[in-house]
Write a protein that binds this ligand. Structure first.
Ligand code: ADP
Ligand code: MG
Length: 315
C-alpha cells in the first residue's frame, strides 16, 4: 500500500452517504445532483500552516477548522451545505496525523450532513484547501444593505484572538476562547433562519471592521457602529484586568460569527430567531448614507479605530 492509498482509505471511512452523490471519491470527477429550483452555492478557503493556524495545532482541530471556515461561508449565503472537496498538501503521510485530521474533518461533516466527494493529495508544506457546496433558493449577499438598516452580529467577538494567545503560551486564557479559535461553530442554522429577513450578510473571518466594510463597499453605503454594544464574552472580559481590548475584538477576526443587516421592521423577528436558535443576536449599529465606517463610544463621540485604509469606499 502506498502512502496515498492509505490516505484514500482513511478518507473513505466517512459515514455520510448522501443520495445526491451519484459518484463520490474514487473516480476522475464527483457526479452530483442539485435539487430542482435551487442554485449551487460554492466557496473555497485555504488554510496554510503557520499562517492560518499555528504549527502546534492538533491534527484534529486543523481538520475541524478547515471544514468549519468553509461551512461558515455557506452559512453567510444562507445555503444548506451538501458536499465538499479537499486538497491536502502535507510534508509526509504520517498515518496518525492523517487519522486525527480526518476525524476532525468528519466530526463536523457528520454534524452538518455534508459529504466529502473528492479532492487531491500532494506532498509539500502543510496546507489544506476545501471547496464547499450548498443549495440555496435565494442567497444572502454582501450587496443588499440599505441606509437605516440595523446591523447585527451573532454571539460574541474576540474570543478567537485570545485562543491564539493560548497557543502562544498564555495560560490565563479560558477554555471557551481556545475552543472558539480551534473549533469554531459555523452558523449554518442561523444563516438559514435569517435568509428571508436579512438584506445582507457576511461571516466574520477578518474581523468585524474589515468585514462590515465589505458590506458597505458592495452595498454602497456606510455604517455606524456603537462600540459599547459590541458583544464580548464573559471570558474575554475576565481576561483583561482593566478595560477589555475592543480593538482586538473588532479586528483580529477568526470569529466565524455572522454579521447581517435587516430592515428595522424585522427587529421582532430577529428576537424570535435569537430565542429559537439559542444564539445571542446583538444590534451593534445602523447602515448610513455616509460613504464610511464610523465608530462611536458610549458618549456618542467618534472614535478613530486603526484599520487598513478603507476609510472611503467611493473610487
Ligand atoms: P487523479 O490522478 O485523477 O487526480 P487521484 O489519484 O489524485 O486521481 O485521486 C483519486 C481519487 O481520490 C479521486 O476521486 C479524488 O477525487 C480522490 N481524492 C484524492 N485526494 C483526495 C483528498 N485529499 N480528499 C478527498 N478525495 C481525494
Ligand atoms: Mg489528483
Amino acid at each position: 500500500m502506498t502512502e496515498f492509498d492509505l490516505i484514500y482509505k482513511l478518507l473513505n471511512t466517512q459515514s455520510q452517504q448522501r443520495s445526491d452523490v451519484l459518484t463520490g471519491i474514487g473516480d476522475d470527477c464527483a457526479i452530483l445532483s442539485v435539487p430542482d429550483n435551487h442554485s449551487l452555492a460554492v466557496s473555497m478557503d485555504t488554510l496554510v500552516a503557520g499562517v492560518h493556524f499555528p504549527e502546534s495545532a492538533s491534527a484534529y482541530s486543523i481538520g475541524y477548522k478547515s471544514v468549519a471556515v468553509n461551512l461558515s461561508d455557506l452559512a453567510s449565503a444562507g445555503a444548506t451545505p451538501a458536499w465538499f472537496t479537499l486538497s491536502l498538501t502535507m510534508p509526509a503521510a504520517d498515518e496518525n496525523w492523517v487519522k486525527e485530521f480526518v476525524r476532525g474533518v468528519f466530526t463536523l461533516a457528520d454534524k452538518y450532513n455534508v459529504q466529502l466527494v473528492g479532492g487531491d493529495t500532494c506532498k509539500g508544506p502543510l496546507s489544506i484547501s476545501i471547496q464547499a457546496h450548498g443549495f440555496v433558493k435565494k442567497a444572502m449577499l454582501r450587496s443588499g444593505a440599505k441606509a437605516g438598516n440595523l446591523i447585527y452580529v451573532s454571539e460574541t467577538l474576540g474570543d478567537a484572538a485570545l485562543g491564539l494567545k493560548a497557543s502562544q503560551g498564555d495560560n490565563t486564557v479560558e477554555a471557551d476562547c481556545i475552543k472558539q479559535f480551534n473549533e469554531p461553530e459555523p452558523r449554518v442554522k442561523l444563516g438559514l433562519a435569517i435568509n428571508d429577513i436579512a438584506t445582507s450578510c457576511i461571516d466574520i473571518s477578518d474581523g468585524l471592521i474589515s468585514d462590515i466594510t465589505h458590506i458597505c463597499k458592495q452595498s454602497q453605503c456606510g455604517a455606524d457602529i456603537y462600540l459599547d454594544k459590541i458583544p464580548l464574552s464573559a471570558s474575554y472580559q475576565r481576561y483583561y484586568t482593566n478595560q477589555p481590548d475592543i480593538i482586538k475584538a473588532l479586528s483580529f477576526g477568526d470569529d466565524y460569527e455572522l454579521c447581517f443587516t435587516i430592515d428595522k421592521s424585522n427587529k421582532k423577528n430577529i428576537d424570535i430567531i435569537s430565542r429559537e436558535s439559542g444564539l445571542n443576536l446583538t444590534c451593534i449599529g445602523t447602515i448610513s448614507t455616509e460613504s464610511k465606517l464610523r465608530c462611536f463610544n458610549q458618549n456618542n463621540e467618534l472614535v478613530d479605530i486603526p484599520r487598513r485604509g478603507f476609510e472611503h469606499f467611493n473610487g
